[in-house]
Design a protein around this ligand. Structure first.
Ligand code: ATP
Length: 365
C-alpha cells in the first residue's frame, strides 16, 4: 500500500480555465479520501491523472514516494473501479476477477490464480456466483466483481469513480457499507469520487471539496460540517443545505429578516457597526417553539413566521418559510448569489423539525 501525494497539480484542456488548478493534497498510506464537488469541478480529471489515464499539465504526483508523472498506468500498481464496472460480458465471474492475473501470466500458476480469486470472492460474498456471467448478476453483485478484480491485483491503492451511481437507493446504501467495511479490513489507500452527500460524509476519513478545479477544504466529514472554511463549503455540505440569511449589525445585535439575535461575544469584535453579513443556519437548528418545553424555548430565540409548505418525511419534517429582503441588502445578496453560482441566497429558508412538530402548510408558527 502507498501514500499518494499531489503537489501543485494542474490540468489544462485547451485555453479555458484549468479543469484542475494547483491542487496539493497528501493522502496517507491506508487513508480513505473522498473527492467531492459539483458537476464539472474536476474530480474525475484529478482521479484520472492519479491513475495515469490523463496527462498532468504541471505539478508532481508521487505514489509511495516515487514520482510517477510519466509512469504508464499499468506500472502504477493502482486499481480503478468505474461507474459502469467495465466487466467482460462473455466471461464468468471467476474469469472476470482472474483477468488482471492472467494478463501477468508468467507470474502466477493456475493454482495461485484460483486461490486469489476464491479469497477475493469470499471477501465479497461472491463465492456462490463464480460460474455466472455478468448479465445474470444484480447491479450490486456486478459492482463487487469489479471490486474483486481490484482486490486480486493487490494494488497499492483503490480509485473509485462514482462506483454506485447506477444503483438504486437501497443497494447504494448496502454497497456503501460494504465498501467501507472492506476498506477498513484491507486498509488499502483509497480515493473515491462522488457527488453524493451521504457517500461523502459517511465513507471517508477525510473529504476534499473541489470547486472549479480548486481545492476548497480538506477535512474530516465532521470538521467540514461544523467548521466550513467558506460559504461554498458551508452551502455544499449538508442536506437540506444550510440557510443563508442576510444580517445587519446594530450594536451587539444582528437584524435578520424575521428576528433580531444577540451577536455571540467571540465574533462581536470582528463585525463593524452597520455592516451586512451572511448568517448561516443549519435547517436542523430550528425547532417548533409550540412543542418545546418552556426551559428549552427560553434557551433560543423565538420568532413568528408564515410557513408556506411542509414536507413530511417520517422521522422529521421540512418546513419552508419565505422571507422578503429589500434595498441594499437585496443587492448585496444578489452579488453573493452570483459568486456562488446561484446556489447561495434564497428568499426562503428550510427548517428540519422533529416529527412531533405540529406545523402545517399555511400555518403561522
Ligand atoms: P462530473 O461530476 O459531472 O463527472 P467532474 O467534477 O468529474 O464532473 P471533470 O469530468 O473532471 O468534472 O471535468 C472538469 C472540467 O474539465 C469540466 O469543465 C469538463 O468539461 C472539462 N473536461 C473534462 N474532460 C475533458 C476533455 N477530455 N477535454 C476538454 N475538457 C474536458
Amino acid at each position: 500500500m502507498a501514500a499518494i501525494t499531489l503537489r501543485h497539480i494542474v490540468k489544462q484542456y485547451g485555453d479555458g480555465f484549468p479543469a484542475v488548478n494547483d491542487v496539493s493534497l497528501d493522502i496517507a498510506d491506508g487513508e480513505f479520501v473522498i473527492l467531492v464537488g459539483p458537476s464539472g469541478c474536476g474530480k474525475s480529471t484529478l482521479l484520472r491523472m492519479i491513475v495515469g489515464l490523463e496527462d498532468i499539465t504541471s505539478g508532481d504526483l508521487e505514489i509511495g514516494g516515487r514520482r510517477v508523472n510519466e509512469v504508464a498506468p499499468k506500472d502504477r500498481q493502482l486499481a480503478m473501479v468505474f461507474q459502469n464496472y467495465a466487466l467482460y460480458p462473455h466471461l464468468t465471474v471467476f474469469e472476470n476477477i482472474a483477468f488482471p492475473l492472467r494478463l501477468r501470466k508468467s507470474e502466477f500458476s493456475e493454482e495461485q490464480i484460483k486461490q486469489k480469486v476464491e479469497a477475493a470472492a469470499a471477501t465479497l460474498e461472491l463465492g456462490e456466483h463464480l460460474q455466472r456471467k455478468p448479465a445474470n448478476l444484480s447491479g450490486g453483485q456486478r459492482q463487487r466483481v469489479a471490486m474483486g478484480r481490484a482486490i486480486v491485483r493487490e494494488a497499492e491503492a483503490f480509485l473509485f469513480d462514482e462506483p454506485l451511481s447506477n444503483l438504486d437507493a437501497k443497494l447504494r446504501g448496502q454497497m456503501r457499507t460494504e465498501i467501507s467495511r472492506m476498506q477498513r479490513r484491507m486498509g488499502t489507500t483509497t480515493v473515491y469520487v462522488t457527488h453524493d452527500q451521504t457517500e461523502a460524509m459517511t465513507l471517508g476519513d477525510r473529504v476534499a471539496v473541489l470547486r472549479r478545479g480548486v481545492l476548497q477544504q480538506v477535512a474530516s466529514p465532521r470538521a467540514l460540517y461544523e467548521q466550513p472554511v467558506n460559504l461554498f463549503v458551508a452551502g455544499f455540505i449538508g442536506s437540506p443545505p444550510m440557510n443563508f440569511l442576510p444580517g445587519e449589525v446594530h450594536g451587539n445585535r444582528l437584524r435578520l429578516p424575521f428576528a433580531e439575535v444577540e451577536i455571540p461575544q467571540h465574533i462581536a469584535s470582528r463585525l463593524k457597526e452597520g455592516s451586512l453579513v451572511v448568517v448561516g443556519i443549519r435547517p436542523e437548528h430550528f425547532e417548533d417553539a409550540s412543542v418545546l418545553e418552556e426551559h428549552r424555548r427560553a434557551q433560543g430565540v423565538t420568532f413568528d413566521v408564515d410557513v408556506d409548505v411542509v414536507e413530511w418525511l417520517g422521522a422529521e419534517l421540512y418546513a419552508y418559510v419565505p422571507f422578503s429582503i429589500q434595498g441594499d441588502v437585496a443587492r448585496k445578496l444578489e452579488e453573493l448569489d452570483r459568486e456562488l453560482d446561484g446556489e447561495g441566497m434564497r428568499t426562503q429558508l428550510v427548517a428540519a423539525l422533529s416529527a412531533d412538530s405540529r406545523v402545517r402548510d399555511g400555518d403561522r408558527a
